[in-house]
Design a binder for this molecule. Sequence first.
Ligand code: PMP
Length: 418
Amino acid sequence: MSTLDGSIRDDFPILRHRIGGRPLVYLDNAATAQKPVAVLDAVREYYETSNSNVGRGYYRLAFAATDAYEHSRSVVRRALNAEHADEIVFTPGTTAALNLVADTFGRAVVGEGDRVVVSGMEHNSNLLPWRRLCDTAGADLVVVAGDPTGRVEPAQLAAVLDERVRLVALTHVSNVLGTVNPVRELVAEAHRHGVPVVVDGAQAVPHRPVDVRELGADFYAFSGHKVYGPMGVGVLYGRRELLSELPPYQVGGGTVKGVAPTGPVRYVPVPARLEAGTPDVAAAVGLAAALEYVEKLGWPGVRAHNEALVRAAVALFGEVPGVRVLGDPAAEPAGIVSIAVPGIHPYDVGGHLDGLGIAVRSGVHCANTFVDRLDLVGTVRFSFAVYNTEAEVRLVREALRTVEPGFWTREHPTERFL
Ligand code: PMP
């Protein structure tokens, strides 16, 4: 049973949209969530009342924009329970945040013959930055596969933590199967070996209150757009001791106290040192409004709602002959359920659902190494948000009963997509 009232749908104007004459059933929230009026209004209000550049101009409007931007940082700090606002760096998204850590912290700590450890279910955004770093440094990337659902147990991590390991990078929640890593225990294990941990929280932050101090993570990244905020903004949290030591990532406006054609460059402290150029201030303001929106709904209710939908999906989709629910998404529900329909290409399943107004993600979800391990061409992924309902889950169950092999199954049965 859902604990959120159905009237919540009124907060999301896009849900009034019809697809081919049918109500939109949006179940691709792991790709990006829809935006409530509170976020749309915050962005609009910022542009209507405060827009100017931040941290630069010496006039009242510029002060207002800077205040709005820094207020957003403090809202993020509170949402993550970080200790200091200067531990919060705004980035364009999770991908940018992870590249930032790899190219600054990673470069500083990983050298020839060293090792970086990742889990077997990483999104390419938390795999490629480390692959490239290792290739450049002459280091090795070690993959801990975990159990069949991808979950890494502390003992499995401990087994690879030797003196060559300089860094561990892990996803909090898999964007393919919704598997949850026991991050707190994994961080504790890595720290016992003196190894810092970077966590990809892109799929966790929309579904649970994340407390970076409780988790103990050294770095934690997420995207605003997956937690009802605008596109164009994400967050890198870094523990002050580590973050404050990072060299600039990109260099440019806003990062220096002084520079001349030759001689030393004097950079400003973090977070500004890591935010070169004009940031997306309106998106940061929108992200703060999104986090406040979720806070107002109440995390216990949001979490219970998403968990109920996952449990309903596992039970109801499992009733359809031929449908395989992948992994064990109900073990610790995190808003994601993936299925396979053996003999039918995921794109044919996605296309059939789209014909009924149901938007889902089909393919390898930018995590092809994990999907390879599942020995599938791809999965069909359903991902839930506060506005989804059990009625929608039942609608999907009925739609799955009528899915048939189509163009992709006949013409390109092994073709894979992002
Ligand atoms: N990591 C995970 C687990 C994700 O699901 C995603 C988004 N699909 C990303 C990283 C990348 O996020 P973004 O595209 O917002 O940078």
